[in-house]
Write a protein that binds this ligand. Structure first.
Ligand code: ADP
Ligand code: MG
Length: 231
């Protein structure tokens, strides 16, 4: 007999439900969604618009509480945690990238990546050093002082990726991160994101409509009537 090692997935959704009520209408977005993301696993979330991809990422990333079910992060149930505890956990463990970069327009690329680290409590020199390393890794070493408006769409998204991983999260949640880019730029930004995830052992869920890019990831999942299934 061999002893099974104790195994704790990075993220586990257990029968998660999430509905939105608007006036008379109720939209059941997530109905009974369960699934596991292992540490370091990079998974594509492919599903048509309006099926609940963003909702799923918000619940997985502790931005929204499910109406029922549980979200386990590193073996810890998170639904019953206080807002402050959930915020702290999210800040330390989760990075988000959206379709639109949401960078602060008045600040340079470097400052945009420094900022979340200062909020977390790093010193300015530590934060700058990491920001420079990350931006250089992402091919933006010559763009540190540029503001978002002085960067191309692909460059803006790469800054947003650097910002998302600035605090060395364990989980990256990317919501159609290349949905706003032309195909060539999209492929470049996508592969850069995946290379960074691989290099740093990050787990990621990447919502995308690009089946070709999704095909390069470890696994593909989809949402069918509010349930998470293999794609
Ligand atoms: P996707 O990201 O796959 O396009 P979403 O998760 O954004 O899907 O939305 C799923 C469904 O939930 C849609 O019908 C959307 O209109 C609805 N929805 C999302 N967020 C809200 C909200 N805050 N209030 C009301 N309805 C919402
Ligand atoms: Mg969406």
């Amino acid at each position: 007999m061999t002893d099974e090692p104790i195994h704790t997935p990075l993220l586990m959704l257990d029968r998660v439900a999430r509905r939105y009520v608007q006036g008379e209408a109720t939209v059941d977005v997530l109905v009974d969604a369960s699934g596991v993301i292992e540490a370091g696993e990079v998974v594509a979330l492919i599903a048509p618009s309006g099926t609940g991809k963003s909702t799923l990422l918000h619940v997985a990333g502790l931005l929204e509480r499910p109406d029922s079910g549980e979200v386990w992060f590193e073996g810890r149930p998170t639904v019953g945690l206080s807002d402050a505890e959930r915020t702290a956990m999210r800040r330390n463990e989760v990075g988000f990238v959206y379709q639109f970069h949401h960078l602060l327009p008045e600040f340079s690329a470097l400052e945009n990546v420094v900022m979340p680290q200062l909020i977390r409590g790093l010193t300015s020199s530590e934060a700058k050093s990491r920001a420079k390393d990350l931006l250089s890794y992402l091919g933006l070493g010559a763009r540190l002082q540029h503001r978002p408006s002085e960067l191309s769409g692909g460059e803006q998204q790469r800054v947003a990726i650097a910002r998302a991983v600035a605090n060395a999260p364990k989980l990256l949640l990317a919501d159609e991160p290349t949905g706003n880019l032309d195909p060539t730029t999209s492929a470049h930004v996508f592969s850069t994101l995946i290379a960074l995830a691989r290099a740093s052992g990050l787990a990621a869920i990447v919502a995308t409509h690009n089946l070709e890019l999704a095909g390069t990831l470890d696994r593909r999942i989809t949402l069918r009537d509010g349930v998470l299934v293999d794609a």
